[in-house]
Design a protein around this ligand. Structure first.
Ligand SMILES: [Mg+2]
Length: 282
């Protein structure tokens, strides 16, 4: 959580970020909430941004629920939000498959929400490795040897390997949970192939969906997130401004080791409030 006296490491950058940015793209876990708890100030930041006429989008790599669940959670925690304002990796994956593999049978190493998103896009699912042209690799809390074997055999037959998100862990209040990177690593280890593309952050595939949603260019937007290797890296590659929050997976002691430098670092989203009060919008 933010400290009493948050360190504005780059407060000049924050001022200019608020002058420039017409759209704000927010990560969810560790940025706006942690488990079932709203991160302090998140509701006021979002209402202030909307009041100032800026566009907002919510982008999560988490594939274990459909996006309506995340929109409902934001509303429950006090942030008004429509389902259409949320993009998560299962939705982006389904759209990607519909565009690139519309006729393929898809073998999912995934939980039901990913399968539901795939089916809703008119695509076909199979558990037969001989029939599968694509293996989808996602966070799967029911992952087991049988699924690994099916993926391995499908890959040996030449199936494409496509992932939802590259996160190693998902932050939770009572301890992080192993995430999709673990299933991806298992499948890459036995197939000796890369799961590619992985559509979630830091992929440009997900960013394109987010920018299309708010109809702005990368240069007009700022990404706010807690994870350097997804949120901040995606912004850095595409030319978005970025704000790293220290309310999630990245801690103060990690800062000397980060490999992608954000435009600003704050304790938490509430540290954006003073800038919102000053600026009425670009
Ligand atoms: Mg996060």
């Amino acid at each position: 959580m933010p400290s009493e006296n948050p360190p504005y490491r780059y407060d000049n950058a924050l001022g200019s970020i608020f002058q420039k940015a017409r759209g704000f793209i927010f990560d969810l876990d560790g940025t706006l909430y942690l488990g079932e708890h709203l991160i302090e100030g998140a509701d006021r930041v979002l209402s202030g941004l909307r009041r100032s006429g800026r566009k907002v989008a919510f982008v999560s790599n988490k594939p274990i629920a459909r996006r309506g669940v995340y929109a409902a959670k934001l509303r429950r925690l006090g942030i008004p939000c429509e389902e259409s304002e949320v993009i998560n990796s299962s939705l982006v994956l389904a759209r990607y498959l519909a565009a690139h593999f519309p006729k393929a049978r898809i073998l999912p190493i995934a939980e039901q929400p990913v399968i539901d998103d795939i089916l809703r896009h008119g695509l076909r699912i199979t558990d037969d490795p001989d029939a599968a042209a694509v293996v989808v690799v996602s966070w799967d809390r029911g992952f087991n040897y049988e699924k690994l074997l099916a993926a391995y055999r499908a890959a040996a037959n030449g199936a494409a390997l496509i992932g939802t998100n590259p996160d190693r862990t998902c932050p939770m209040p009572d301890g992080d949970l192993p995430d999709a990177a673990c299933m991806i690593a298992a499948i890459e280890a036995c197939t000796q192939r890369q799961v590619h593309p992985i559509v979630g952050k830091p992929s440009s595939i997900m960013l394109r969906e987010a920018l299309a949603l708010i109809d702005l260019s990368a240069e007009e937007c700022v990404m706010v997130g807690d994870r350097v290797e997804t949120d901040i890296l995606m912004a850095d590659r595409a030319g978005l401004l970025s704000v790293l929050v220290l309310s999630g997976v990245t801690k103060e002691e990690d800062l000397p080791h980060i490999t992608t430098v954000p435009d600003a670092i704050v304790g938490g989203v509430r540290d954006l409030l003073p800038f919102l009060a000053e600026a009425s919008g670009p």
